[in-house]
Design a protein around this ligand. Structure first.
Ligand SMILES: Cc1cc2nc3c(=O)[nH]c(=O)nc-3n(C[C@H](O)[C@H](O)[C@H](O)COP(=O)(O)OP(=O)(O)OC[C@H]3O[C@@H](n4cnc5c(N)ncnc54)[C@H](O)[C@@H]3O)c2cc1C
Length: 292
C-alpha cells in the first residue's frame, strides 16, 4: 500500500515542489505529506522506514534547490498548528520546528528577550534555520539553542542537548530526519533596545540581499575568515550567468533565478563559479545550498 493510499487526507501524489521553494524551480515530489500531529508524523515515518521510502523534510524552501526531475519518496512539511507553537517561560522559549523564524524573533523581541533579533530578515522555518545554523557576522542561531527535540526515522522522539550538538558556519550535525521543536535560552533586556537592534539588522540585511521580488538563494559557505561574495567578485564573476541563472548584482554569493531558469542552469553556474574562484584565488568554495 502506498503512502497516498495509507494517509490519503494528508498526502498528495506528484505535487510540484517549485511553488514550495523560494527559487520556484524543481520537479514534483512522489508523495508530499503534511501531517496534522506528531502521532501522524510518527506513523508516516514508520511506514516510510518499513517500505524503505526516502524521507526529505521541507521547511520554507529558502535554502533548497530541487532538481528538474521528479523527487522519489516522501517530502514532509510541518505546516500544521501542532508544529508551529511558541511557548514562553522566563528566559526560555520553545518553538515548533515548522513555525516561521520571523514569528519567533518578533515574539522574543516583544517579551524583551535578546539574542535572536540580529537574525531578523533571514527567511525560513525554525527547524530549517537550526539545521542550517543561520546567522551572519553578528551571531548565529546556535548561540541561543539550549536543546532540540527530534524525531528519528523509527518515529521515536529524542531530546538533544546543546553540548551534544556541533554547529559550524551555516551547518549543524543534526542528522535525525525531523526537528520537532527547539528550546532557546535568551537574555533579558530592555524591549526598546531589542527592537532598535532588530530594526537596524533588518535595514542592513535588506540592503545586502537580492531584491525581495527576485527568486534567489545563497550559494556557498564563507570560507574561514573570508567572504564567498568577495572571492567571487575577485574572480571577476560579477553578474555571471548560465541560462536564466545569474549572480546577484547586490551580493555575488546569491543566485537569482529569472523566469525559465532550470535547476541544471543553477548547478552549472555553481560549478563554473567554484572552478573560476579556485583558479583565480586558490580557495575551494563549499556549496551551502541544499540540492535534492
Ligand atoms: C534571500 C535570502 C537570504 C538569506 N540570508 C541568509 C542569511 O543572512 N544567513 C543565513 O544563515 N542564511 C540565509 N539564507 C538561507 C536560508 O534563509 C536559511 O538557510 C533558512 O534557515 C532556511 O530555512 P528553511 O525553513 O527555508 O529550510 P529549507 O530550505 O526548506 O531546508 C533547508 C534544510 O533544512 C532541512 N529542514 C527543514 N525543516 C526541517 C525540520 N523541521 N527538521 C529537520 N530538517 C529540516 C531541509 O531538509 C534542508 O536540508 C538566505 C536565503 C535567501 C533566499
Amino acid at each position: 500500500m502506498s503512502l497516498a493510499d495509507r494517509f490519503p487526507d494528508i498526502t498528495r501524489r506528484n505535487e510540484p515542489l517549485a511553488p514550495h521553494t523560494h527559487l520556484r524551480i524543481g520537479g514534483p515530489a512522489e508523495f508530499f505529506v503534511r501531517p496534522g500531529t506528531a502521532d501522524e508524523l510518527r506513523e508516516v515515518l514508520r511506514a516510510c522506514q518499513k517500505d524503505k521510502v526516502p524521507v526529505r523534510m521541507l521547511g520554507g524552501g529558502y535554502n533548497l534547490l530541487v532538481r528538474d526531475d521528479p523527487v522519489p519518496g516522501a517530502v514532509v512539511q510541518l505546516t500544521a498548528p501542532a508544529f508551529r507553537m511558541i511557548e514562553w517561560d522566563g528566559r526560555k522559549i520553545v518553538a515548533g520546528g515548522g513555525g516561521q523564524l520571523f514569528d519567533l524573533i518578533a515574539f522574543a523581541a516583544r517579551q524583551g528577550l535578546a539574542g535572536l533579533e540580529t537574525l531578523v530578515g533571514i527567511r525560513g522555518t525554525v527547524g530549517g534555520s537550526v539545521r542550517c545554523n543561520v546567522g551572519d557576522r553578528n551571531g548565529e542561531i546556535s548561540q541561543t539553542v539550549r536543546q532540540v527535540t527530534v524525531m528519528t526515522d523509527a518515529g521515536n522522539v529524542q531530546v538533544r542537548q546543546r553540548d551534544e550538538l556541533n554547529f559550524a558556519e551555516h551547518q549543524s550535525d543534526l542528522d535525525e530526519p525531523v526537528i520537532l521543536s527547539v528550546e532557546f535560552e535568551l537574555d533579558r533586556d530592555d524591549r526598546a533596545a531589542v527592537l532598535k537592534r532588530l530594526r537596524k539588522s533588518w535595514i542592513t540585511r535588506k540592503g545586502a540581499e537580492p531584491f525581495s521580488f527576485q527568486h534567489a538563494a545563497r550559494l556557498f559557505h564563507d570560507p574561514p575568515g573570508k567572504s564567498a561574495a568577495g572571492l567571487i567578485d575577485r574572480a571577476g564573476l560579477t553578474k555571471a550567468k548560465v541560462g536564466g541563472a545569474e549572480l546577484s548584482e547586490r551580493n555575488a554569493n546569491y543566485v537569482v533565478a529569472h523566469p525559465g531558469t532550470t535547476a541544471a542552469d543553477i548547478l552549472q553556474l555553481v560549478d563554473h563559479v567554484r572552478d573560476r574562484v579556485r583558479e583565480r584565488t586558490g580557495v575551494t568554495l563549499e556549496r551551502e545550498l541544499n540540492v535534492w
